[in-house]
Design a protein. Structure first.
Length: 321
């Protein structure tokens, strides 16, 4: 409601200014003839040369007004456009923050309630011996989910105030992927069908901890939207300047601009995205950590179906050894 009122107010101001400028243009266009007519009516007849001089002076004032008035009007319109853009960004940020708070509330309440119920049932002796281990695993999984959420929120808060701290060292991206991806995929979804395609060495300068966080978030994101097949493909390639890691799921893809997903609190707009847990921070952290290591990220809907995120890191000076 406040935004609508502000837009109406800006519209009224711009409209009033435009009408004023139009009136002044008409005034200056007619000013020469009006002055000549009034002088003649007063009894002081002007010669043709004098009347022409008066009209030329009025036209000179008109030209000066048009130059200065046009500049001021354009400056005012530019200011209004910039203000409207800032208001739009504020509205979008406010909406994203509201969605974030709603998602965080749900993400916190659901595992908390589940873990509490499991622990209470165990404490009260309502669980048979054959089910105790399953209840403990469920509670542990819920607490791990809470821990990951809190870690993401805290990391986002740190990124809002400072650049991420990374310590670059030479490592082989392909070897790192083969060593860490299976365990991280099992953490995200034990039944996930992981396909690794990293036949050649890909030396890069990267921070192992940051790279592991990136890989964990990419796998968790892909696992959510891998569709019924639960299939995720990881591929490592390289060229003369950089090595690329592509993480692809085989789901339905995303609607809208995939680049928006790297902004904080932004999630996909499709029904599948809304039904999955998440607060819109995973890919944002991926992008920030990639930039901190001198790399970049991009996302797109795969031509053959699914969604893929590409991480590119600068090649190292030599292969790690």
């Amino acid at each position: 409601m406040k935004t609508r009122r502000a837009l109406v107010l800006y519209g009224l101001v711009v409209g009033t200014l435009a009408l004023m400028l139009a009136w002044w243009v008409v005034f200056f266009v007619r000013q020469g003839d009006v002055l000549v007519a009034r002088v003649n009516q007063s009894g002081a007849e002007l010669s043709s040369a004098q009347a022409l001089a008066v009209r030329e002076a009025a036209q000179g004032s008109l030209r000066m007004f048009l130059y200065e008035g046009s500049f001021l009007f354009l400056a005012f319109v530019a200011g209004v456009v910039l203000m409207l853009r800032a208001m739009r960004r504020e509205v979008l940020l406010s909406r994203a923050q509201q969605d974030f708070l709603s998602a965080v509330t749900h993400e916190l309440c659901t595992p908390l309630a589940s873990a509490r119920l499991s622990i209470q049932s165990l404490a009260l002796g309502r669980v048979g011996e054959d089910k105790r281990e399953r209840y403990l695993k469920n509670a542990d999984a819920d607490l791990a989910r809470l821990s990951q959420l809190v870690e993401r929120v805290l990391e986002t808060a740190r990124l809002a105030t400072s650049q991420p701290r990374v310590r670059l060292e030479p490592l082989d991206l392909a070897e790192f992927l083969r060593a860490r991806a299976p365990a991280l995929a099992a953490e995200c979804a034990p039944a996930l069908a992981l396909e690794l395609d990293a036949p050649l060495a890909a030396p890069v300068a990267a921070d192992p901890a940051a790279l592991e966080t990136i890989l964990r978030n990419l796998l968790a994101n892909a696992a959510k939207y891998a569709a019924a097949a639960g299939r995720v493909q990881l591929c490592v390639t390289r060229n003369a300047r950089e090595a690329q890691l592509v993480v692809r799921d085989f789901g339905s893809g995303v609607r809208g601009d995939p680049a928006k997903l790297f902004e904080p609190f932004v999630r996909g707009a499709g029904p599948l995205e809304k039904s999955q847990p998440g607060v819109g921070l995973g890919l944002y952290l991926v992008a920030e950590l990639a930039r901190a290591q001198g790399g970049r990220v991009s996302a797109r809907n795969a031509p053959a179906g699914g969604f893929e995120v590409e991480l590119a890191l600068p090649c190292g000076a030599s292969e790690p050894g």
